[in-house]
Design a protein around this ligand. Structure first.
Ligand code: TXA
Ligand code: MG
Length: 320
């Protein structure tokens, strides 16, 4: 198992040696490695069992430093960076050759983010290279929102996990680029699209396809528990599965179901708060996945605010 602690100097030392470290961010935990070191980058793909066609996000500590590895920041995207960084926003920018091709899976754009978590910001400020950091989960599985989640699955493959507590946002960053002067959202995430539109006007949301060449990693069945995950009207589903005699657990937005044992149901937000639901989503999915039942039953949230991004993850989980 990996060592878990809050020692930034230790994390730094491992990263400087080309090792990988689990790092906390406000969205989800990342599996960090030196983005300029091809061996470290290759280790990231191997550790996650991630296909090499799925590019990584690069993390750094300031807008100025973004230009160490991106050619430029188009004006509309700069507006967004200035407004929302540090935060749950990733920008697609033209890449510089200093980045190994493997980082971007051969694309000529690079995904860039300045994370908002105090520990990772301090770590990044002290490094003289940027960090490539995908979510710290095996490819296709649920993203980690606590250090223990990282340890559960990657603990025997990495030396250290920097423990920053539970991630405040709980969903991956919103990925944004620009095509022919139009701002495009490639992945719904922890920054509400509406907040982006308040700054740059209407945007195009282009996230659903499994063959979207701009976001090759947005495969339909991402973020999936290992158990079948069924979406629908919970009252109806519960009756149906009780009749069938199939054991199940329930993931609801706020409702408690009297006919289901309390230990087999999780409410994402008893007060119906969409941000709280987002923060709890991945930990809840993990907990349900380890319960002694055959199926997970769930429902969509209201399609507003972070509810949109939560629903995107729920739909992907049920696509398996
Ligand atoms: O919040 C986050 O973004 C977290 C934390 C750790 O920062 N990171 C994260 O990374 O979610 P990952 O690797 O799990 O997801 C990155 C997504 C993938 O779907 C990938 O295909 C897409 O970003 N991506 C990366 N570079 C890209 C590029 N140049 N063009 C289009 N999509 C890109
Ligand atoms: Mg991921």
């Amino acid at each position: 198992m990996a060592e878990i602690g809050q020692d930034i100097a230790k994390a730094k030392a491992f990263l400087e040696k080309g090792e990988l470290v689990g790092i906390p961010t406000e969205t989800v935990y990342g599996l960090g490695g030196n983005a300029l070191n091809p061996d470290a980058v290759a280790k990231i793909f191997a550790t996650k069992n991630r296909p090499e066609f799925d590019p990584l996000i690069i993390h750094t500590s300031s807008i100025e430093r973004v230009l160490e590895f991106a050619v430029e920041i188009p004006e509309v995207l700069r507006l967004l960076g200035e407004k929302f960084w540090p935060g749950p926003l990733t920008l697609l920018l033209p890449k510089k050759n200093i980045l190994p091709d493997l980082v971007t899976s051969g694309l000529d754009t690079v995904a860039v983010r300045i994370p908002g978590h105090a520990l990772s910001r301090e770590l990044l400020s002290g490094l003289d290279f940027p960090l490539a950091a995908p979510s710290a989960n095996p490819f296709g599985y649920i993203s980690p929102t606590k250090a223990s989640h990282v340890n559960d699955q990657l603990g025997d493959k990495i030396p250290y996990i920097l423990d920053g507590g539970t991630c405040e946002v709980g969903l991956e960053s919103t990925i944004v680029g620009v095509e022919r002067d139009k701002v495009v959202v490639y992945r719904l995430g922890g920054l509400d699209v509406k907040e982006i539109e308040d700054v740059v006007g209407d945007v195009r949301v282009m996230t659903h396809s499994s063959s979207n060449p701009k976001s090759p990693g947005m495969l339909k069945n991402h973020y999936a528990p290992t158990k079948p995950f069924v979406l629908g009207n919970l009252k109806t589903l519960i009756k149906e599965y009780q009749l069938k005699g199939v054991t199940f657990a329930v993931l609801s937005f706020r409702d408690v179901f009297k006919t289901v044992p309390i230990g087999q149901q999780i409410q994402l937000s008893p007060s119906a708060n969409l941000n709280e639901a987002a923060k709890n989503l991945f930990a809840a999915m993990r907990a349900l996945d380890t319960m002694d039942v055959s199926v997970i039953l769930s429902e969509l949230l209201p399609e507003q605010g972070l509810g949109r991004a939560v629903n995107d993850r729920l739909r992907r989980a049920s696509a398996n």
